[in-house]
Design a protein around this ligand. Sequence first.
Ligand code: MTE
Ligand code: HPA
Ligand code: MOS
Length: 768
Amino acid sequence: MSDRRSVVGKPLHHDSARQHVTGAAVYLDDMPEAAGCLHAALVKSPHAHARIVRIDASRALAEPGVVAFATAADVPGENEVGPIFHGEPALAVEVADYVGCPVGAVIATSHEAARRAADLVDIEWEPLPAILTIADAVAAESYVCAPQRLVFGDAASALARSPHRLSGGLDIGGQDHFYLETNIAMATPLDGGQWHVWSSTQHPTEVQKHVALVLGVPQAAVTAEVRRMGGGFGGKESQPTIIAAIAAICAHKTRRPVKLRLDRDDDMIVTGKRHDFRADWEVGFDDTGALIALKVRLATRAGNVADLSSAVMTRAICHVTNCYFVPNVEAVGLCCKTNTVSNTAFRGFGGPQGMLVGEAIIDQVARRLGRDRDEVRRANFYSPSRGLTTPYEQSVQDMIGAELTDKLEASADLAARRAEIASFNAGSRLRKRGLATAPVMFGISFNMPSLNQGGALVHVYTDGSIQANHGGTEMGQGLYTKVAQVVAETFGVAASVVTPTSTRTDKVPNTSATAASSGSDINGAAARNAALQIRARMADVAAQEWGVDAESVSFEDGTVTSGNHAMAFSELARLCWVRRVSLSATGFYATPGIHWNNATMKGNPFYYFAYGAAASEVEIDLLTGETRCLRTDIVHDCGYSLNPAIDLGQIEGGFVQGLGWLTMEELWWDGAGRLRTHAPSTYKIPGSRDTPPDFRVHILEDAPNRAETVFRSKAVGEPPLMLAMSVWLAIRDAIEAAGGDAEIDAPATPERILMAVETGRGAAPAPA
Ligand code: MTE
Ligand code: HPA
Ligand code: MOS
């Protein structure tokens, strides 16, 4: 790829930035509704586990505006939305298996009428025993998929001969996605048995596939479309298929367009979240803290069905050792089947949970030895002398976690600040401070090799304007802008010449979710591939026109040149049309060199790794348990950033979302399996005042990706979330400074911090 870059690498604003800030951006619920459009509202299970004895919708149907009531019996095709495994119905059949499980939908002429009537559907239930917690599920061996086991070296015998041994455990909470736009879909029956579905989805192809399945029509009869989401964060990778499928079932029953929009409470109750985890480990190490052996069991609450949990667990296992070489590892992963909502993808996809376990282990080893945590890390980093093979046997060629940690040590002045903090703590009775770093090494690629493919469809029009379509979706992360930059760069035109359009399954088929941070890697490369095909044809036409070699034709600044010949890009586009040369091409990309064996948990699941490091200083209030993150410094690796303005936003946003997960966002279910934190009144996400007042984010410079990604960029969507581990570790230090028990679980809420300080009860329970 050419080294010349005039559009790629520029800090252009997000293509919809103006619409976002002026409120002009059109989200699905803002779109004009088709004539006759109806609205659906879900009827949900109030029980964690219960048999449906009888449903009586007569009171609901008598309400003004109510048109129909749909249940599983109205599914014309197959009642199935499972993304990996089968057996996951859109609407409950006979049994509901979590509180909030959709049992049916009331369809009415307005959203309000549908919601009112939904409360009037009478259901007779026969409650069944429910499993709600990880501990209960493990005891009952209740799993949604087979346990996973990764073995590297011989952990048991290495543990036996380790000079030091330590065992511990950690509870890690889940997280609601809290995207601003809740789940929504609008399904419209079209002429000739065809269907159109607008969906707020990261995965239009999955929506198309499952709408076709529930309707019993070929995939070719269904087009799914999305222009933008008001945030996805993984919560719209698989969950929108449920919403779109129900909308389609309702539209099929009424033969009219149907829109299904969840309000905030329903969105939080009905759809899946980040997986909560329980980890138990035993670790062996030497006097320097170098790990010799690790035995770890990760158990997660998968919820009522498998959804993506098996892949989430695999990623968690692959990230337990973060950027450290551990010569002997035995990791077991259990995906617990519980009568709670099915947890799903969430930024990091299990990586954050796995990595937090690894960092808790490093932290506890350092505390046991009375050593500095960063020194213990340095004894463990992947290096040629220590080892460069991950437990899943991928070779690590580009590890810069150590380098980034050293950089941060200097740039954030950590040594001097540690001394300042020590003297602050000595003189402060009611407030204590802590300072901690966290390195991040995150594997980039879907951990199922088949998903690492993408497509694009690029059109050049005769006025020289360009449309860039691709399989990726826009959720605020700036993918459309980045792909437009790649296409503009390829044609040597300004980014404004390229119009991103909505993502549609009839333009680019058989796509993967925009997920695993690989949206720009995959779709950027596919769009580049399409643009290069068109550019080659255009160069041929110019070469013919001028009687020169096609190789000599270059595209720059909106002009096409060869020697003394020059013509505007638009002029050449028009000339191509006159010469009857196609100005449209599909592009394709498949990530090279990746493979994975699910049975042995070995392979090369990642094309490359993205790295970062953060240092955070926190202060805790010993009277209230409240935390403030006072300052955070970040150095993050984006390869050659496609757009440093957007990448900076991703780093800041990812970090703050991670800070929310680890310090304040707490999901709380009662003993009946009801989620009691289902609105902002009870569920606290970080606000602008929770961001560090001193926030210094640097993108690592001159750091081209060693892997041959599009313009040598690196994925940035998920990795920065894990940088917030620095805040959690700094809280542990502050608790220790207060004389409390530092081994706090996650999230480190004020309540848990107070308990840790006062009684040590914030600590993880003793391992089983
Ligand atoms: N940024 C914004 N603003 N909104 C989002 O929903 N999702 C994150 C991340 N950044 C998200 C976001 C997640 S979970 C992923 S996987 C990536 O964006 C997906 O987009 P990408 O692959 O194009 O980076
Ligand atoms: N990330 C996100 N989604 C996925 C992945 C992944 O690694 N694997 C399968 N679906
Ligand atoms: Mo992101 S969790 O891979 O959608």
